[in-house]
Design a protein around this ligand. Structure first.
Ligand code: SF4
Length: 727
C-alpha cells in the first residue's frame, strides 16, 4: 500500500493549450524585458513567459510581466467605441470614428482659429510605440502646429534628460546593465530597485553572486534596496546635492580624482573646484544628515574603485533640484573618469516602458532624433524631410506638461488632447487639477481605458488599442530598441494610436499633403533615414534583426551586426568642442519643509505590484489582489505619540488638502517622515505640493510637509480608503 506522496494532490501546471508564442517587449516599466505571449487555437492570448535568450531578462519576468496577457481579456473599463458629449458630465453617446475625429479636428481648428495655434495643447505619455511617438510629433509639430506639446515623462525623467544635456551636451544614458558585471562600486540614489525594476535588480544580484563589490544606497527610507546594501545613507529629504558636492569635495581634497581625464575631456574644472570647496563634510553633514566620516569613507571607496557607477531614479529626479542632482552625479563620474567604460557610468533608471522612445523621437522637446527647435539646420532638415515650410516650426520649445496645466488656469490654453496619460491621478494637488480640467473649452482623452479618471472631464473619448494589440518598438533604459509583435486584434472597435494620429492628420489640409505611412514598419523606415550618422543611429536595425537579437542598443549604424553598449567611450562629448561640462551647483533650499503645524516629511513612491495610476494593474487579478488599497508607512514611535495603532486609519493634512489612509507602523521610515504609494486615485496627490525644478520642470513629489492625526471616525475612514481603489 502506498502512503504519503500519492495521497497528496500533485502540483498541476494548467494546460493552457498554447499553439503559438508571439514575441513582444513588456509594456510596463523601462527594464525592457523580452516576453512571449502564448495564444491558443482560437488566437486568444492565454499565457506570458520570459524569453530565455534575451540578454535583458534571461527568461525572467516580474509579477506584472507574468500576467501581462490578462490585459487582453475583457478587463473592466476598456473602451470599445468612440464617445462624444456636448457638455462635460452629461452622459456620453457612442459615435462612429468619423464623427469623433471630425469633431475633434473641427474643435482643434476652432480653438486655434479663435485664440492662436498654441492655445491647443497636446500631452502624451511614455507608453505608446516609438513609431507612434514619431507620428504624433509629425502631427503636433508639422500639422497642428502647436508648441504646447509635451509628454508625461516630465513627471518622471525630465530631470535626467536635462542633466544629461547640461553635462554631456545630449540626452542618452551612457551605460548599460552589463556594467554591473564590471563595476567595483555601485552607488544608488533614490532608487528602490527591487520594487521598481525587479529584473534590473536581479541582474545586479546575479553580478554580485559571481563577484562581490560594495553597494551603497542613498535614500531617506529603509527601502528593500537599502536593506540589502553594504551601506545605507539615510539622507535628509531633498539634500542629495549637498551629499554629492561633499563627495566631490573629499575626492578633490584627497587627490583621488583623475586629472588627465578631467583635462582631456571636461571644461569648467576651476569653477567647479571652487564651489565644492565650500562643501566640506563637516558642514555638509549638518544639512544632509550623513555623518562626516561616512561621507569621507564613501568618497574614498567610490574614487578608489577601478570602475564605479551611479544609478538613480525618482529620488533624484522628483525634486526642486532634480536636474542639478543629475548633473552632480555626472560631475562625480567625470572627476573620477567613470563615463564610457565598462562598470563606470551614470545610468538613470527610466520609469515607463517607452519613456526613452518619446525622448528620442516624439518631438516633444524639439524635433525627431534628438534635434532641436533652436537650431536652424535641424528645423530645415526636418521640414524638408516632411515636405513643409521650416518657418512653420517655432524657434524654441514651448511649455512643459507641468506648465501647460497652469496655462489652462490663466486662459492661455483652451483645448487639450491627453494621450495615455492621467493627470487627475498623477499630478500633484488633485483639487487644483480638477478645477483646471473643468476650465477647458475642449478636452479629448485617447486611452485604452474609458474609466481613466481624467476622462470624467472630457468631451471626446477615443478608445486606443493597448500594448501588443499593435506592432512597434520600445527603447529601454539602456538604449535597447526592442520589438512588440502584434499578438491579437484591438479590443472592440478601439484603434492603434498610429491609426488615430494618421486619421487626425488627414483632417487638416497640411496633413493631407504630407506622407504618413500606414504601418509601423513604414514609420520605422522613416526614422532610420532620419537617424543616419546621428548619436541615436538606428539605420542598421530591422524588425527581424531586432527580434532575432532580442533587442539592439543604439547607436547601431547601417551595416553593424549589433549595437553599442556604451556612449562616450572615446571621451568625445556632444557639446561644441567635444568636452563635457563640470558645472558648479550651489544648493538652494527652496522646498516646503516640516514645521510646527505640518511636522512630517511626506515621501511617495511605488509598490512592485502596480504601475503608475493602476489604469492597467488595478484590473489585473494578482497585481491588484496583492496590493488592493493605499497605505501609509509611519514610524511606531510617531504612531505611539499620536495614538495611532497599526491598521488604523489616519487623516493626513497639508496646505493643499487632506486624505485618509490606513497606517502601517514600520521602522522603514524615520520618526519625522511618512511614505505613501502614489498609484491610487484620490489619495496621496490630494496633499502633495509638486514645486517644479527650474531646468526640467519636474515636480518635487517626494518632499512636502504634512500633519497626521488619527481619523476620528474609523468606519468612514475605511470607506474612503477603499474608495481610493477606484476599480
Ligand atoms: Fe515588465 Fe519591468 Fe517587470 Fe520586466 S521588470 S517584466 S519590463 S514590469
Amino acid at each position: 500500500m502506498l502512503f504519503g506522496r500519492n495521497k497528496k494532490n500533485p502540483i498541476r501546471i494548467v494546460d493552457k493549450s498554447v499553439v503559438d508564442w508571439k514575441y513582444a517587449t513588456c509594456g510596463y516599466c523601462s527594464t525592457g524585458c523580452s516576453i512571449e505571449v502564448g495564444v491558443n487555437a482560437a488566437g486568444e492570448p492565454v499565457a506570458s513567459r520570459g524569453v530565455a535568450d534575451a540578454d535583458v531578462n534571461r527568461g525572467k519576468l516580474c509579477i506584472k510581466g507574468i500576467f501581462e496577457h490578462e490585459l487582453f481579456r475583457q478587463t473592466p473599463g476598456r473602451g470599445t467605441t468612440p464617445l462624444l458629449r456636448k457638455e462635460r458630465f452629461e452622459p456620453f453617446r457612442e459615435a462612429s470614428w468619423d464623427a469623433a475625429l471630425d469633431h475633434t479636428a473641427a474643435e482643434i481648428q476652432r480653438i486655434q482659429g479663435q485664440y492662436g495655434r498654441d492655445s491647443f495643447a497636446i500631452v502624451s505619455t511614455g507608453q505608446i510605440m516609438t513609431e507612434e511617438f514619431y507620428t504624433l510629433g509629425k502631427l503636433a509639430r508639422g500639422v497642428v502646429g502647436t508648441n504646447n506639446y509635451d509628454g508625461n515623462t516630465t513627471l518622471c525623467m525630465s530631470s535626467a534628460v536635462s542633466g544629461y544635456k547640461r553635462s554631456f551636451g545630449s540626452d542618452g544614458p551612457p551605460g548599460c546593465y552589463e556594467d554591473f558585471e564590471h563595476t567595483e562600486c555601485l552607488l544608488a540614489f533614490g532608487s528602490n530597485l527591487p520594487e521598481q525594476h525587479p529584473i534590473i535588480y536581479w541582474r545586479l544580484k546575479e553580478a554580485l553572486e559571481t563577484r562581490k563589490f560594495p553597494v551603497i544606497v542613498v535614500d531617506p527610507r529603509v527601502t528593500m534596496f537599502a536593506q540589502m546594501a553594504d551601506m545605507h545613507l539615510p539622507v535628509n529629504p531633498g539634500t542629495d546635492l549637498v551629499l554629492l558636492n561633499a563627495l566631490a569635495h573629499v575626492i578633490l581634497k584627497e587627490n583621488l580624482h583623475k586629472p588627465d581625464y578631467i583635462a582631456a575631456h571636461t571644461e569648467g574644472y576651476e569653477e567647479f573646484k571652487a564651489l565644492v570647496e565650500q562643501y566640506d563634510p563637516t558642514t555638509a553633514a549638518g544639512i544632509c544628515g550623513i555623518d562626516e566620516d561616512r561621507i569621507r569613507h564613501v568618497a574614498r571607496v567610490y574614487a578608489k574603485a577601478g570602475a564605479a557607477m551611479t544609478i538613480w531614479t525618482m529620488g533624484i529626479n522628483q525634486s526642486t533640484h532634480g536636474s542639478d542632482g543629475v548633473v552632480a552625479i555626472n560631475n562625480l563620474n567625470l572627476i573620477t573618469g567613470n563615463i564610457g567604460k565598462p562598470g563606470g557610468s551614470s545610468l538613470s533608471i527610466t520609469g515607463q516602458c517607452n519613456a526613452m522612445g518619446t525622448r528620442e523621437w516624439s518631438s516633444c522637446s524639439g524635433l525627431p532624433g534628438y534635434r532641436a527647435l533652436e537650431k536652424e539646420k535641424d528645423r530645415e532638415e526636418i521640414a524638408k524631410f516632411w515636405g513643409i515650410d521650416p518657418e512653420f516650426f517655432p524657434r524654441k520649445r514651448g511649455l512643459f506638461m507641468t506648465d501647460i496645466l497652469p496655462a489652462i488656469e490663466t486662459g492661455q490654453v483652451k483645448g487639450l488632447w491627453l494621450i495615455a496619460t492621467n493627470p487627475m491621478t498623477s499630478m500633484p494637488n488633485t483639487a487644483r487639477i480638477r478645477k483646471t480640467l473643468e476650465k477647458l473649452e475642449f478636452l479629448v482623452v485617447q486611452d485604452a481605458y474609458r474609466d481613466v479618471e481624467s476622462n470624467e472631464y472630457s468631451h471626446v473619448y477615443l478608445p486606443a488599442a493597448v500594448w501588443a494589440e499593435k506592432e512597434g518598438c520600445f527603447t529601454n533604459t539602456e538604449r535597447r530598441v526592442n520589438l512588440i509583435r502584434n499578438v491579437c486584434a484591438p479590443h472592440g472597435d478601439s484603434k492603434p494610436d498610429l491609426w488615430i494620429f494618421n486619421a487626425v492628420a488627414q483632417r487638416f489640409p497640411q496633413g493631407r499633403s504630407m506622407r504618413f505611412p500606414e504601418n509601423a514598419e513604414g514609420v520605422f523606415s522613416e526614422m532610420k533615414q532620419l537617424s543616419k550618422g546621428r548619436m541615436l543611429d538606428i539605420s542598421g536595425m530591422t524588425y527581424d534583426k531586432i527580434e532575432k537579437a532580442r533587442g539592439l542598443q543604439w547607436p547601431c549604424p547601417d551595416g553593424a551586426d549589433k549595437g553599442s553598449p556604451r556612449l562616450y567611450t572615446d571621451g568625445a562629448f556632444r557639446h561644441p568642442g567635444g568636452k563635457a561640462k563640470l558645472i558648479p551647483l550651489p544648493f538652494i533650499d527652496n522646498n516646503e519643509r516640516p514645521d510646527e503645524e505640518y511636522p512630517f516629511w511626506l515621501n511617495t513612491g511605488r509598490v512592485v505590484e502596480h504601475f503608475h495610476t493602476r489604469t492597467r494593474t488595478g484590473k489585473v487579478g494578482n497585481a491588484n489582489k496583492f496590493s488592493p488599497t493605499p497605505y501609509m508607512e509611519m514610524n511606531p514611535d510617531a504612531g505611539a505619540r499620536l495614538g495611532i495603532r497599526h491598521g488604523e486609519y489616519a487623516r493626513l493634512t497639508s496646505r493643499r488638502g487632506e486624505t485618509v489612509v490606513m497606517v502601517q507602523l514600520t521602522q522603514r521610515v524615520a520618526p519625522n517622515a511618512v511614505f505613501i504609494p502614489f498609484h491610487f486615485h484620490d489619495c496621496v496627490n490630494r496633499v502633495t505640493l509638486g514645486l517644479l525644478d527650474p531646468h526640467s520642470r519636474q515636480p518635487a513629489y517626494k518632499q512636502c510637509a504634512v500633519r497626521v492625526e488619527r481619523a476620528a471616525d474609523q468606519m468612514e475612514a475605511a470607506r474612503q480608503n477603499v474608495a481610493a481603489r477606484s476599480y
